[in-house]
Design a protein around this ligand. Structure first.
Ligand code: BTN
Length: 251
């Protein structure tokens, strides 16, 4: 018997603090890999770097997948899968999207980009966030993904409206988007590392741009074979492993 398909069993909740938190509890209690937790609303959604993640009820895909023995480059694999899904949505795979609601794209056709390590941007706006949390020593991680499927500008406060993107679809699209995401994840979790890196490099939102991180500033110079972000800074090439990178001069 092969591994269980991704997304089964599935626990769907109308409201929960954080799907990642619930999935972590389940994983720690021995729930098998492939198990998925979804919710229509999170009241304490978690983002990277200790930030919060909020989305209007029923208008975003909020999901957390338990993975046992996760592959290397997991956060990058997930970013590529979500970016590919965003392109499919822009091409009409889930119905016609409302141009006014869609993520700041001029024509809705520009390819989704990944801001290392895994923010998915469309038209420079953040469409989706990915949070990987886990206990490597216990052999499990939780892959949490939030995608603004049907979020309208009017759902967001002014600050978020300027930065957040949306697929511009209707709430009914959340389930089909989940189905498509699981299929793409299945493929990208199994893909050879070189293929993942090539796909990521083709979508690199930072390359050639001025960036800042906790210890410095420089020009992003691509992604190395270990999936690290390369930055040229003061004549030296640095490889960043983790952490937050800001685009300078960005919104
Ligand atoms: C980020 O800061 O970009 C990551 C955001 C991750 C949000 C998702 S929504 C589903 C899952 N549950 C959470 O509490 N967070 C992740």
């Amino acid at each position: 018997m092969g591994p269980a398909p991704l997304g089964l069993p599935r626990l769907h909740l109308r409201a929960i603090g954080s799907t990642n938190e619930r999935a972590r509890e389940l994983a720690a209690a021995g729930t098998p890999g492939g198990t998925l937790v979804t919710a229509a609303l999170q009241t304490a959604g978690r983002g990277r770097q200790g930030r919060s993640w909020s989305a209007p009820a029923g208008r975003a895909l909020l999901c957390s997948l338990i993975l046992r023995d996760p592959p290397a480059l997991l956060p990058l694999r997930a970013g590529v899968a979500v970016a590919e899904l965003a392109d499919a949505a822009a091409a009409g795979a889930f119905g016609v999207s409302a141009a006014a609601d869609r993520a700041g794209t001029d024509d809705g056709r520009s390819a989704a980009q990944v801001k290392w390590p895994n923010d998915v941007l469309v038209g420079g706006r953040k469409l989706a966030g990915i949070l990987v949390e886990g206990r490597p020593q216990e052999g499990w991680v939780v892959l949490g993904i939030g995608i603004n499927v049907a979020v309208r500008p009017s759902d967001l406060d002014a600050e978020l409206r300027a930065r957040a993107g949306s697929l511009g679809l209707e709430p009914e699209a959340v389930e089909p988007v989940l189905g498509s995401l699981l299929g793409r994840l299945q493929r990208w979790l199994e893909a050879p590392g070189e293929e993942v890196l090539a796909a990521l490099r083709a979508r690199d939102a930072l390359r050639g741009r001025s960036v800042a991180w906790a210890e410095g500033e420089g020009t992003a110079a691509g992604i190395d074979d270990e999936g690290r972000l390369l930055v040229d800074s003061g004549g030296v090439r640095v490889a960043l492993n983790a952490g937050e990178v800001h685009l300078l001069g960005a919104r």
